[in-house]
Design a protein around this ligand. Structure first.
Ligand code: PRP
Ligand code: URA
Length: 209
């Protein structure tokens, strides 16, 4: 049965850019640009039901009460590859503060290793977008969500580009209430924990390592 807490953003413009991003011929410079563009496009849908509040202003003509986002926002990229989406999100949410979580997969065990954490002190009072292009085994994402929960975060969304069914199942086994937004759910993982068809190693393609 389809997981109701997985939202696939299959807008034609997102899909077109994702196809280009996946292409092995796409070099780091273009890869970086596309990743940020897709992240920007995803923000519209990811934030669609965030609360707004009245905001009194003056137009050049008269006073009025507009509406604006009610809660502060924190963007938390999972290092390294999550950084590749950050500028795209900040382009639309420039007032967001940023936290950073360093998590990398052990290449042999595929288990997550957390190596860096720096969060805004008031993160618990904000809407959090946790971003990482890849949800593969789900280990890194689940570890990051656990850490944010320990920091008191109550409202968070996980935003990725490509998710494997295995990663969705693993993340939701531990954190079923966390919405997962992605641009595609791919077929499966290979024996080394890479997503098929996927886009390869996101961090390496971003940073040319
Ligand atoms: C990649 C990716 C995710 C993780 C997903 O990071 O950016 O964080 O793998 O895999 P998982 O769902 O199986 O945990 P990686 O560990 O390669 O580190 P990097 O971003 O520094 O390259
Ligand atoms: N991390 C990546 O960057 N790519 C994958 O396919 C799996 C994990």
């Amino acid at each position: 049965m389809a997981d109701p807490n997985v939202i696939v953003l299959d807008h034609p413009v997102i899909q077109t850019k994702l196809t280009e991003l996946r292409d092995v011929a796409t070099e780091p410079r273009k890869f970086r640009a596309l990743l940020n563009e897709i992240a920007s496009l995803m923000v519209y849908e990811v934030t669609r039901d965030w609360p707004t509040e009245p905001r009194p202003i003056r137009t050049p003509m008269e006073a009025m009460t507009g509406r604006a986002l009610a809660r502060p926002i924190t963007l938390v990229p999972i290092l390294r590859a999550g950084l590749g989406m950050a500028d795209g999100v900040l382009h639309l949410l420039p007032d967001a503060r940023m936290g950073h979580l360093g998590v990398r997969r052990d290449e042999a065990t595929l288990l997550p290793i957390a190596y860096y954490q720096k969060l805004p002190p008031d993160i618990a009072d904000t809407e959090v977008l946790l971003i990482d292009p890849m949800l593969a085994t789900g280990g890194s994402g689940a570890a990051a969500v656990s850490f944010l929960k320990q920091a008191g975060v109550v409202s968070m969304r996980f935003v990725c580009l490509v998710a494997a069914p295995e990663g969705i199942a693993a993340l939701h086994a531990q954190h079923p209430e966390i919405p997962i937004y992605c641009a595609a759910v791919d077929r499966q993982l290979n024996e080394k924990g890479y997503i098929l068809p996927g886009l390869g190693d996101a961090g390496d393609r971003l940073f040319g390592t």
